[in-house]
Ligand binder design. Sequence first.
Ligand code: UDP
Length: 573
Amino acid sequence: MKLPRTDLPLSRPALLVLAYRYLVRDEKGDPVETPEEMFWRVARAVAEAEREFGEDPEFWAERFYQLMASLDFLPNSPTLMNAGLPLGQLSACFVLPVEDSLEAIFEALKAAALIHKSGGGTGFSFSRLRPKGDVVRTTQGVASGPVSFMRVFDAATEAIKQGGKRRGANMGILRVDHPDIEEFILIKRDPRELRNFNISVAVTEDFIKALKQGADFPLINPRTGQETRRVKARHLFDLLTESAWMTGDPGVIFLDTINRANPTPLLGPIESTNPCGEQPLLPYESCNLGSINLSRFVKDRQVDYPRLGKTVRLAVRFLDDVIEVNRFPLPQIARITRLNRKIGLGVMGFADLLIRLGIPYDSAEAVKLAEEIMAFIERESVAESQRLGEIRGSFPAFPGSLWDEKGFPAMRNATTTTVAPTGTLSLIAGTSSGIEPLFALAYRRRALEGVEWTEIHPEFLKALEERKLPVEDIVAEVLERGGLSGIKGVPEDLKRLFVTAFEVSPERHLAIQAAFQRHTHNAVSKTINLPEDTPKEEIGRIYLKAYELGLKGVTIYRYGSRPEAPLRLAREE
Ligand code: UDP
């Protein structure tokens, strides 16, 4: 494939991913637009929304173009892929209801297919499905239970992969009090099962209480509301944390915490999140995300708050406009999404920002900065959404919402903030992903033609050169070990500043996540990365600590525990 020409500061891997998945291509598969043309396509399509509000679309298109082409901000991938094109589906996150009937299950499957085709990810709670072995009255047969239906969703996702824009991602949730919970907790220990799913157990406060008291916990058939049997809460928790220790799955979500923050309880409870856990949504609701590249907001070794504030406000306007021009895959999705008008503005490049400021990720100062920056982004985004609400009208479900109860005069969006993983966006922007620490300081990359080279984090290379340290020797050791710890001849302060994901203590990972969560309306995507020799009991401690910190969910990954994990040290493609 011919790489597109560009004057933007995009790396070769960024250009490759753009060429393969984002830029419009001809029949031969070659890109027919440049990255600049892609940003113009998106800017113009989104700015069309301004026309309805009596604004000049060209004026706003110009600003939106600058916002993206500077790499200060990028909207979620489906917006970059589909804006201005016939598909026109611009959201990354969806939640679909799965009701307890064959018709409803296959309706959800169809909706998921349409969403995956357009590059969106789907979350489902399977908690309403009757358990395995329960009665099916119309056929006088027996029900096969949530896990067997999840396999159907998994197979469908697999088939759609070929034709879609990217790998369809799913979140499968089951409540901790569902009678099939043990089967669910164990299912992904077999690496062939549910490969297109992340799974999470929806933990309730009652469960935590039973766990702390060492009590039995009732499992309830959702069809009848009757208790089917009792299990020791401790037994379930140990099974769960052991599975997570073995494979990373299941994670947990804390349903009561999520629902306390549900901005529109009158529309019903939240029962699921999107695939990577950062976006709790109502059944049929969707949300479009966007991320600010924090590494670009350093001035004189300080955070450039005035420029960050302007960027937040413009990004909120952009994301609100996306809702106007978005083409939703189903009328039910259009309806509820337009009722709440949720947007999710977040960040990427937090680790790179810290490095530029000389603050180690594994430090109390980093937690303090996380809190300060996200509080600022939340404040500015709410101010802009309120301002837009006064001009354009509040989101229709505003009466009786938490915003209404708090005495806000108007609010355009039921939520404004979400911290996404930014898996691909951060690659395009050339920065560290989401709020994660650096994954590796150097790694081998292999091009499709088989040529291999070593990529070194630019700030790390600069630091080694400035201190006149032997770059080649140190990089060779880093490739071997993954990080700087244990390497002789590297000054302590560099070891601290360039700490990598598996060297950061779990407490600090959690503290950073909690600092962001305190100022985020939706949730925060974060992986608690752990060294390979982490004991099993540690996982239980992390899950409980996450609950106490008020997190909405938690995901762990123990190094080497999943052979096909996308990120392996020194082995990236
Ligand atoms: N997502 C998806 N398929 C993918 C990656 C992501 O459906 O292969 C969805 C999913 O809902 C996820 C969300 O996009 O939670 C945001 O992921 P991320 O920030 O990594 O996406 P990016 O915009 O960087 O591509």
